[in-house]
Design a protein around this ligand. Structure first.
Ligand code: FB9
Length: 492
């Protein structure tokens, strides 16, 4: 082992003067020897000193010229000692690169001359012979012989040599040197006690500042943390959760039951995901369907209706629900099938819209919806419950703006003043379900339903400072974000 070789060597010798020579002598890599020296230095078994040596080594081009002579000398040798040679002839005798470099250097050295006043541009030698100092110097460097430093610059400039930095250690015994290093024991084991060798053991000092192993526990997704908090708010307000475990819905419950006309743009496949299989629903309450058809076509209950031919096949189309209000309509219909009792319902679940996706919108999101069904409810009750609900989310300053929904009248957009952004932020939508929706279900005439909705993603992104919804939801989520985000408290 490298450690034993170093300690044993130092038992007999004063010093390891060069770690690389030592590595070669004992058959280790220099890197391994340096690592062991660093470790032994840390335990004070040795004292290591860094050695840094800079030396010149030949580049590939330099190696070539050291072997066959510099380009200028090769060109000089190609010119006949007596007489002349046409420049074109000379060029043919040499490698183009050798000719190009050699010609410039040979002229610079005044080794050759050319007759420019004759068409053949005759070249002849100016000296006899030439001394190839470049090759000589390259050979001296290659053989680690002494050379004159002034001559180095020319070779550096021509990139025939590069500087190589060598790093190594010299090593001597340290204050805690021993020919063998006993590995400090980290644990007292059953075997130590049985063998009795615990008596000779040296224990590693306990490191009280060592950090514990990072705990890789589970992590809740921010959406689920905010969903849990919104659930708690609704439950504290006495609301019951609606069963939303059906992403697939019929157009009937998603649109027609809500008095949303069949020509409404939201019902177009550009906005809604319709299913191919199963493309239609088989289960609708026929009596109720008839009343819905009636209210769409010719109205009723003092409503004029829409006056169009309502089509059953349109209502039968299956889709991915575009809002959880589809579930609300199912729940209200169920409520109307028994003696009336007031109810407070909520839902938080995924809804799907065939819309262009961007930084803050995907083709699906989680809708939060609350509704209260009771006799004689007014818009004031809606405004009051919205203040109560949103104040529990930490939003106490609300403003309401008249809006339009096909299934609520009146409707209001909800705005909250965001202290951080210093501006009013749209935080949801709300309204009172229309009589054309409630009365065909069979609910008593004085029953009113106030309802509101918002998304789960928007508050989560704001609370967790996430500006791209793909960092929150979908296959590109950055799991480290899920792990590192702190618990974020809403409101109270
Ligand atoms: O969530 C929304 N905004 C929001 C909510 C909370 C929030 O908290 C921050 C900590 C401070 C911040 C922002 N919005 C509704 C408003 C806008 O973001 C809007 O651009 C996007 N809306 C979605 C619909 O987009 C296609 C959010 C989603 C939405 C809109 C309306 C409803 C539900 C979700 C509804 C409804 C409704 C109406 C009447 C009766 C029953 C349901």
């Amino acid at each position: 082992m490298a450690e034993e070789a170093i300690l044993a060597y130092l038992e007999k010798e004063e010093e390891i003067s060069n770690s690389e020579n030592f590595a070669q002598q004992f058959g280790f890599s220099h890197e391994e020897i340096l690592n062991v020296i660093r470790r032994l230095h840390g335990f004070k078994f040795v004292e290591a000193k860094d050695i840094r040596r800079e030396r010149w080594v030949l580049t590939e081009e330099g190696e070539t010229y050291a072997a066959v002579g510099s380009p200028e000398f090769q060109l000089f040798s190609a010119v006949p000692p007596e007489g002349i040679i046409a420049l074109e002839e000379l060029q043919k005798k040499l490698d183009p690169a050798v000719y190009k470099i050699g010609w410039q250097q040979a002229l610079k050295n005044k080794w050759v001359q050319m007759k420019t006043d004759v068409p053949m541009k005759d070249v002849s030698r100016k000296v006899q012979p030439a001394d190839d100092k470049v090759k000589d110097l390259l050979l001296r460097i290659q053989n680690n012989e002494v050379y004159c430093f002034e001559d180095i610059d020319a070779l550096k400039r021509r990139k025939l040599i590069i500087q190589q930095v060598w790093k190594g250690n010299s090593v001597r015994k340290g204050p805690k040197y021993a020919p063998i290093r006993k590995r400090a024991a980290t644990n007292l084991t059953r075997e130590n006690l049985q063998r009795g060798d615990w008596k000779e053991l040296e224990f590693k000092e306990y490191n009280f500042s060592a950090k514990g192993q990072p705990f890789e526990g589970g992590h809740l997704h921010p959406l689920l943390k905010v969903r849990r908090q919104v659930q708690t708010i609704f439950l504290n307000m006495g609301f019951e959760e609606m069963p939303t475990n059906n992403y697939v819905e019929s157009s009937f419950w998603n649109f027609d039951a809500l008095f949303q006309p069949q020509q409404h743009p939201a019902r177009d496949s550009h906005d809604t995901f319709f299913l191919k299989v199963p493309s239609t629903t088989k289960m609708l309450p026929e009596d109720y369907v008839e009343r819905v058809k009636e209210i769409h076509e010719s109205g009723g209950y003092q409503s004029r209706g829409y006056g169009y031919d309502w089509k059953r096949e349109e209502a039968n189309k299956n889709l991915l629900r575009t809002h959880t209000t589809a579930v609300s309509s199912r729940m209200l219909f169920a409520l109307a099938q028994k003696p009336f009792a007031p109810k407070k319902y909520y839902s938080i679940d995924r809804v799907f819209r065939n819309e262009a996706v961007d930084r803050t919108h995907l083709a699906e999101f989680h809708q939060i919806e609350g509704l209260i069904c009771d006799r004689g409810l007014t818009l004031g009750d809606l405004i009051g419950v919205l203040h109560d609900f949103f104040s529990r989310l930490g939003m106490s300053k609300l403003r309401f703006k008249p809006a339009y929904n096909p299934y609520t009248e009146p409707s209001m957009e909800i705005f909250s003043y965001h202290e951080g952004f210093k501006k009013w932020v749209e935080v949801g939508n709300s309204g009172m379900f229309r009589p054309e929706m409630l009365l065909p279900m069979g609910l008593p005439e004085d029953v009113r339903v106030i309802a509101w909705g918002l998304s789960l993603e928007r508050p989560t992104m704001i609370l967790y400072g996430i500006d791209n919804i793909r960092d929150l939801f979908g296959s590109k989520v950055d799991l480290s974000l899920i792990k590192r985000n702190p618990i974020c408290r809403l409101g109270l």
